[in-house]
Write a protein that binds this ligand. Structure first.
Ligand SMILES: Cc1cc2nc3c(=O)[nH]c(=O)nc-3n(C[C@H](O)[C@H](O)[C@H](O)COP(=O)(O)OP(=O)(O)OC[C@H]3O[C@@H](n4cnc5c(N)ncnc54)[C@H](O)[C@@H]3O)c2cc1C
Ligand code: SF4
Length: 569
């Protein structure tokens, strides 16, 4: 019998991520508004709150000594940010208005040209650009660099940005979110206190805005605690990307479909690649694959290595050098997987955490920014006299529903699901959805949880190229290229069962781009007669991409400041 990841749930419960404050009241850190996550959503929320404070200093006075704080688990703002990234400037224009011109933003430049290629193993055929993938008037950026820029903007408006600080627990008191507890630092592998031990703190606020991005730890717990989950489950893709210094400039953004993914319906391999220019001497190349795939031998890291051996792609990188590598998941469920509401008492939810991503367009940054801006305005309304906090926060849902986020994602709401029916049929259905602007099919197609897809094993891995250290790389050298310097003796932050069927252990080992899992020795049989094996873990390799949460385990926030240290992704 084939294994399903969902049959081996992680030893973790959402209640571990939620509890009342424990620090005595006079030892809690009180802030006005608390933002969790310094990504585009969180920093847009912080900047908008900063602008509102500037416009209305008398009201801002009521927020206390720290009116707005942003907690970020990465070493610095931008350290954990990774994207393509071709940015639709719409969100940034609405955030900054006439306060900033486009040429003041850290972009590599406008998209000058684009092509979409259908690949077979040795050939590339240019196909017409699907309307959802047109990038005219968009700009190329590194999200990590954009994040650093936005954090400086927020700080210049009076916002306190606290890097190296993981929000570990959502504080709920009397049915209302009152803040978060930050994680301890300086614990050893078995949880013991090391000489540099620093306990976490309760940070309380009148409103907490969760902007944790994909696989948000507290966001997921809040969706369960407040009964917010929608009818369809969220699904994810894993993106693995590299930044290269190259001798020849690339003048256009390139997307590819087809090889090295397999088209057959039974494989459920949905995805493609992107290759974007970053100025005259760098390019970024990435592979994105839906995590509903079924072959335990699929490894997105190795598919990216294989893609680079294609003659058309190799020609772009020839004579160049890889300078950075990283990985992250993308929520792909779209509108049908949205939560029922985007707020709860004391809480607002933004960005990738609630799935504001347009999959056919591979865009989420401008939706994250717009949702952060709208959340800030709803949070600020709680300061208006005569308006209840509950009514003020409810306006956030109304603003999201009348925003371009809703309109755009409504049109493409069934596209991702269509590709579960194979590449060719999915492509034809997606075409019909584009032409009718989402009116066909009239209803909503349900998503199916990634972890419920049964696994099988082929010999797919045999055709991944051997690493040569120049064009193709192994996973450990990739982790090194992410800047990850996590100490080996930290507590394990990955929750998975460690005695599982061989297919599942193999699937985790192949899936993880950072070589965290190793398939150990045989260790008996499960109730269905499958051979079980031991799973061994090297958690300090983890780049916090989130894939394990989609495929049967649970990523919890590790010690603040650990993980990758991206600068160009
Ligand atoms: C490979 C890939 C390619 C993409 N390409 C594009 C593209 O070309 N264009 C586009 O528009 N979009 C693209 N996207 C999507 C886009 O990157 C996301 O939609 C966007 O980054 C979401 O922003 P966010 O602020 O919601 O989350 P994120 O960007 O993920 O930021 C979340 C931040 O919160 C921090 N955080 C999370 N949890 C905690 C916690 N508990 N405590 C403290 N800090 C925490 C994280 O460290 C991170 O810094 C791509 C995504 C990927 C993975
Ligand atoms: S262990 Fe870390 S890097 Fe590996 S799949 Fe899980 S979250 Fe991603």
């Amino acid at each position: 019998m084939s294994a399903r990841p969902s049959d081996w749930p992680p030893p973790w419960s959402p209640s571990e991520a939620i509890r009342p404050p424990t620090d005595p009241a006079d030892e809690r850190i009180e802030v006005g508004f608390l933002v969790v996550g310094a990504g585009p959503a969180g920093l847009a929320a912080a900047i908008r709150l900063g602008q509102l404070m500037e416009e209305d200093p008398a009201t801002a006075e009521r927020l206390g000594e720290v009116p707005v704080a942003v907690l970020e688990k990465g070493k610095a703002p931008g350290s954990h940010l990774l994207s393509g990234a071709v940015v639709n400037p719409r969100g940034l224009k609405r955030l900054f208005g006439d306060r900033k011109r486009i040429d003041e933003l850290p972009f590599y430049g406008p998209v000058e040209g684009e092509s979409v290629l259908f690949l077979t193993k040795g050939r590339a055929v240019r196909i017409p650009t699907p309307p959802t993938m047109v990038n005219h008037r968009n700009y190329v950026a590194s999200l990590s660099q954009l994040g650093r820029f936005l954090a400086e903007e927020a700080e210049s408006l009076g916002v306190t940005v606290l890097p190296e600080t993981a929000a570990e627990t959502l504080l709920v008191d009397g049915g209302r979110v009152v803040g978060v507890r930050t994680g301890d630092r300086g614990r050893g592998r078995n949880g013991e206190e090391l000489p540099n031990f620093e306990p976490g703190s309760d940070v309380t606020a009148r409103v907490t805005i969760l902007c944790e991005g994909t696989q948000g730890h507290l966001t997921g717990a809040a969706l369960d605690r407040f009964g917010l989950r929608g009818e369809s489950p969220q699904v994810w893709a894993l993106g693995v990307k590299e930044v290269w210094r190259v001798p020849k400039p690339l003048r256009q953004v390139v997307h590819t479909m087809g090889w090295p993914l397999r088209a057959g319906r039974k494989y459920r391999e949905f995805g493609g690649s992107f290759i974007y220019p970053m100025g005259d001497d760098m390019v970024t190349i990435g592979m994105v694959v839906g995590l509903d795939y079924r072959d335990a031998e699929v490894s997105v890291h190795d598919l990216l290595q294989e893609l680079k051996t294609h003659p058309r792609v190799r020609a772009i990188l020839e004579g160049g050098e890889r300078v950075q590598w990283g990985a992250k998941t993308i929520p792909e469920g779209g509108l049908v997987a949205f939560p029922r509401r985007f707020h709860a008492p004391g809480l607002l939810l933004c960005g990738d955490g609630v799935g504001f991503v347009n999959v056919p367009a591979l865009k989420g940054i401008h939706y994250a920014i717009e949702s952060g801006r709208l959340a800030a305005e709803a949070a600020w309304r709680t300061l208006e006299r005569g308006v209840s906090a509950r009514a003020a926060l409810a306006t956030y849902d109304d603003s999201i529903r009348s925003s371009f986020i809703w309109d755009d994602l409504r049109e493409v709401r069934n596209m991702r699901q269509a590709f579960g029916r194979g590449f060719y049929l999915g492509g034809a259905l997606a075409g019909a959805m584009t032409v009718t602007k989402g009116r066909f099919p009239p209803g909503d197609s349900r998503t199916e949880p990634d972890a419920e897809q049964p696994l099988f094993t082929t010999d797919r891995a045999q055709s991944y190229p051997s690493p040569d250290g120049q064009l193709t790389f192994d996973k450990l050298s990739s982790v090194f290229a992410s800047g990850n310097r996590t100490r080996d003796d930290q507590p394990n932050h990955i929750r998975v069962q460690t005695k599982v069927p061989r297919d599942l252990a193999l699937a985790w080992a192949r899936m993880c781009p950072a070589q965290v899992y190793e398939v150990g020795d045989a260790d008996g049989h499960d109730a269905a007669g499958n051979e079980t094996v031991e799973v061994k873990l090297a958690p300090s390799n983890c780049v916090q991409c989130g894939a394990i949460t989609a495929k049967g385990g649970r990523l919890t926030p590790p010690e603040g400041g650990s993980g990758p240290e991206y600068t160009l992704t």
